[in-house]
Design a protein around this ligand. Structure first.
Ligand code: ADP
Length: 954
């Protein structure tokens, strides 16, 4: 009999032999042997020996594990058992099939860790009874402190565990150091640095996490731990997970949370060591480093046994996790040209990083990398095991964050109330950083009445005003001069920010600050914070509260100073063209006045990673030059200068749009003229929105001549919807607006309403929309003459939305198409829809694929549609429809003069149902096909019925 079967058959007896004495000794000795032989990993051992777990439970866990590991491990286990059981105790057990004798393993490598592991069983024997002496010796030699000894001798530790503690003590010590430094770095949120210390535990709010690709096994959002787990893996050979999200969507905070929970052993316990890195800080490493130096010098320094620890890391890659925050902030774009596979070889930090990501270095170590999506090209994507999108807060997340931020419930309720009243602002709050600003500035928000913020520039101006008036109470009548009072500070910070953006610099030394005239007073305003990095290299360095703030100040500088080159604004608005290309047409270095930072000038034109910051700066430039803020600026700089810059920006926006329009291909004959938006189009639209001048929007749209505008997979959330709607409403001719696969949500739908009148069709597949969004969409759609088609595949719709569609169908007798596939509509919803269909004389397409309407729903629809003379296409695929339903649907076929295709694939229709369909088809000659694949039919039935009616497709 094979060893595996023997283990299974004798499970009860083995458990008895191992545990009946009540002592863990036998079990531990078996574990020691398996560990020494390499059949159990250190991780397996920890999973079995969980402190406080009952002996029998541990033994069962071991039996399960060795069974899974296969016949070899089972054989070794039986041999180990035979060896440890005292004479007579194992007499009832059969050991045939086990390897007869266990030899102490040859030591192939001679690190002390390895020796301790392979010699473990004999060491345990030898150390029994003299642990105290060993510990004493370790203390005398300076390897252990008395505190270390106390830990080893904890009463919960058995002798075997005590030996293990000694063997891996240095590692556990290092783990502790790593945990406490991560915990110290991550327990407070940095954006609060300038104002107050907010513990992460008190403020952390779950963001929306989704896989970037479709995964049939995953329904709904991911949780934090899924990032590192195997959930949604697309490339099993890769070790790197990418978390991508816009600036301010919460990527750094998410990593911070992950670090904090790991440090507390609350998540990711499979990882013994976690090393975290900030790409922002790695930028300033000029030396070439080895992996070991990277880990120890940039993450956590081991106080002793560096070589052993590094060897352990190399030997146990699956126990190690690396996190790299902000890949987009690295000066170099990802490349896999320079391959490196030796962990001791030195290389520039970016080369190490890229090799770690692609797995040529430290294969098997899990890596989590965060980045803005624009900075991730196909070259990097091919090395990812999966990509997770961080989409900011959900509507409930906003609610939850505001309530956490304000412990006073009346203040929280007031803020939430004012957000509900200003949905453009609510849309902005999906971005956590803006949600933070809005919560932070509640006084301004609640007090400002008519001037409630609409644009992202408004929100950043609000925080600037908030921080600048931090020391002094609000002066209502001096509202326009607050900027004037702080203009020096704004210019100093602006110069620093601008030069930093141009040189990929986000960490500033004292010398950098001085070169831009930044004083203590400027720092005290709160926008610059001291770098939190623990390593000495960056102590005394400063960074902006958030990179978006840096962009904001950079924009201020571009506008207020006369010190920069005239070509700066055009260059800023050209950045879109560089995306994904290698051309390096522009370099801000040339426009800078001479400073420390200029020395670091790099050719940022070559890195696509920089584009998002430049685009955001351009967006703020547009916003600050808006007519609404001009009076604020005019207190600070000559009007001629401002006017010239306004003219420049307007020209750039117009030129940018023209470029996009020129790229639209001529339509193929018979097809509509369609524009698939290029990257940068949505950004330009957002810039126009920031300017808040309908004249500019009108002008931009007057030249766009398309029938169909496709903006799929463009990261369009509520904020983008506000901007799109603001601009598109000025289109001259109606279009089909395709926004599939974005994250529009209900708030976004509401934002789109002002442009619904120019949409003849709107496609919102896969956009997280609920019945609430639909009720608003339809209420508006009914009043829009052009609106004729809607596609809502894969959203969160239930029966509650169908009454609105029924109302639409009754009211709009020119509506053509409703597609509601893959939602949650049941028979009740179908009945509601039928109420509308009865009175409708225009609908041509009705799609309900993947709902649950069943026979009852099919009957209701059939009776409403049996006299329809317009319906061309009906899909009830995958709806649990049986023969009763098919029989009712046959009536539509019988009577209809318009129906061409009926889709009934993946239902449970039997022969009886199909007979009705065949009969009905005999009365209908124009019908083209009835799809019946995957129903309850035998092969013979299918064959026979195909012979009788060729329009049935099985
Ligand atoms: P990113 O790294 O994507 O640019 P950050 O993580 O720096 O974004 O987030 C910016 C700010 O937004 C944070 O400093 C914090 O104020 C707020 N924030 C982000 N995510 C969260 C969260 N999950 N819970 C609470 N606040 C958050």
């Amino acid at each position: 009999m094979f060893a595996q079967e023997l283990v299974m058959k004798q499970r009860a007896e083995i458990l008895h032999a191992l545990c009946s004495s009540g002592s863990a000794e036998h079990l531990e000795r078996v574990l020691d042997i398996l560990l020494a032989q390499g059949d159990l990993t250190w991780e397996d051992y920890q999973n079995i020996q969980v402190p406080g777990r009952a002996l029998y439970a541990s033994a069962r866990q071991l039996l399960d594990l060795i069974y899974i590991k296969g016949v070899g491990t089972c054989g070794l286990f039986l041999a180990a058992l035979k060896q440890v059981l005292p004479e007579g105790q194992g007499s009832g057990l059969s050991f045939s099939g086990c390897c007869s004798k266990i030899k102490e393993k040859e030591e192939s490598r001679c690190t002390s860790t390895q020796t301790l592991l392979t010699r473990r069983p004999s060491l345990v024997n030898k150390l029994q009874g003299c642990i105290d002496g060993t510990l004493e010796a370790l203390v005398v030699s300076g390897h252990f402190t008395s505190g270390d000894c106390d830990e080893v001798q904890l009463p919960i530790h058995t002798p075997s565990q005590q030996v293990l503690e000694i063997s891996f003590f240095f590692l556990l010590k290092y783990q502790k150091k790593l945990s406490s430094s991560l915990s110290a770095q991550s327990c407070f949120l940095s954006t609060y640095g300038g104002t107050s210390n907010m513990p992460l535990d008190d403020i952390y709010t779950e963001g929306q996490l989704e896989l970037a690709h479709d995964c049939p096994d995953i329904n709904g959002p991911l949780v934090l731990e899924d990032i590192v787990s195997t959930v949604g893996t697309v490339n099993k050979d890769a070790d790197t997970v990418l978390v991508s999200g816009q600036a301010g969507s919460g990527k750094s905070t998410l990593l911070q949370r992950l670090h904090l929970l790991w440090a507390r052993r609350a998540v990711l316990q499979d990882f013994l060591l976690l090393f975290s890195f900030s790409c922002r800080r790695l930028n300033s490493e000029q030396r070439e480093l080895s992996v070991q130096e990277l880990l120890f010098q940039h993450s956590c320094w081991p106080d002793r046994e560096q070589e052993e620890i590094f060897q352990f890391i190399l030997d146990h890659p699956h126990l190690i996790l690396f996190t790299f925050d902000g890949l987009d902030e690295l000066k170099q774009s990802f490349s896999d040209e320079h391959r490196l596979c030796c962990p001791t070889q030195r290389a520039p930090v970016h080369v190490l990083l890229f090799n770690l990501i692609q797995g040529s270095l430290m294969k098997g170590v899990r890596k989590v990398v965060t980045s803005r999506p624009e900075a991730v090209g196909p070259l990097l994507k091919k090395h990812l095991c999966k990509e997770v999108l961080l989409k900011g807060f959900s509507p409930t997340g906003i609610d939850c964050f505001v309530r956490k931020h304000h412990t006073d419930p009346t203040v929280a309720a007031k803020i939430l109330g004012s957000l509900q009243a200003n949905t453009a602002l609510l849309g902005l709050c999906h971005s956590p950083v803006l949600c933070w600003i809005v919560s932070q500035c509640h006084m301004e928000l609640l007090g400002c009445g008519e001037g409630s913020p609409q644009t992202i520039t408004d929100v950043y101006l609000m925080i600037l005003q908030h921080f600048s008036q931090h020391q002094r109470p609000l002066q209502r009548n001096g509202a326009q001069i607050w900027l004037q009072e702080h203009i020096e500070t704004v210019l100093h910070l602006g110069q620093l920010a601008f030069q930093g953006i141009g040189t990929t610099c986000y960490l500033f030394s004292r010398a950098d600050l001085e070169a831009c005239g930044v004083s203590e007073n400027d720092i005290s305003m709160g926008f610059l914070i001291q770098s939190k990095d623990m390593s000495s290299t960056h102590s005394n360095h400063y960074e902006f509260l958030h990179v978006t703030m840096q962009c904001f100040f950079a924009a201020f500088y571009v506008i207020l100073t006369s010190n920069i080159d005239r070509s700066t604004i055009p260059k800023l608005f050209e950045t879109q063209d560089m995306k994904g290309t290698d051309q390096s047409s522009t370099c801000f270095g040339v426009c800078l006045t001479s400073t420390n930072l200029q020395v670091k000038t790099v050719d940022w034109g070559a890195t696509a990673a920089e584009t998002p910051n430049l685009q955001l700066t351009a967006t703020f430039v547009s916003g600050l030059l808006s007519q609404r803020h001009r009076s604020l600026l005019l207190h600070c700089c000559p009007s001629l200068l401002i006017e010239r810059k306004v003219r420049q920006v307007v020209k750039c926006l117009s030129k940018g749009m023209q470029k996009h329009f020129k790229s639209i291909p001529q339509p193929v004959e018979g097809e509509k003229k369609s524009m698939h938006a290029m990257p940068g189009f949505v950004w330009l639209i957002k810039c126009i929105y920031e300017m808040q001048e309908s004249r500019i929007a009108k002008d931009a749209m007057s030249k766009l001549e398309v029938d169909h505008l496709k903006l799929t997979y463009c990261n369009i959330g509520p904020v983008e919807c506000t901007a799109l709607s603001y601009v598109l409403q000025h289109l001259r001719n109606p279009i089909g607006l395709q926004l599939d696969n974005n994250f529009v949500g209900d708030v976004g739908v509401e934002q789109l309403l002002p442009c619904l009148h120019i949409c003849n069709s709107i496609y919102l597949r896969n956009n997280n929309i609920t019945d609430e969004g639909i009720s608003k969409l339809i209420a508006k759609g009914i009043q829009c003459e052009n609106f004729q088609k809607v596609a809502l595949f894969n959203n969160k719709l239930t029966d509650a939305c169908t009454q609105h569609f029924a109302h639409l169908l009754k009211t709009k007798q020119d509506f053509l198409s409703i597609r509601l596939g893959n939602n949650h509509i049941t028979a009740e919803g179908a009945k509601q829809l039928a109420e509308g269909l009865k009175f409708n004389h225009s609908l041509q397409y009705l799609g309900l694929w993947g709902n649950k309407i069943g026979d009852e729903g099919a009957r209701a629809l059939a009776s409403a549609l049996e006299n329809s003379q317009t319906l061309v296409w009906l899909s009830l695929v995958g709806n649990g429809v049986g023969s009763t339903g098919a029989c009712a649907l046959a009536n539509i076929i019988k009577n209809s003069t318009s129906l061409e295709g009926l889709w009934l694939t993946e239902n449970c229709i039997t022969r009886a149902g199909v007979e009705h369909l065949i009969q009905a088809l005999q009365h209908n000659t124009h019908m083209k096909s009835v799809w019946l694949r995957n129903n309850d039919l035998s092969l013979e039935e299918v064959e026979e019925m195909t012979q009788r009616e060729s329009r049935l497709i099985f």
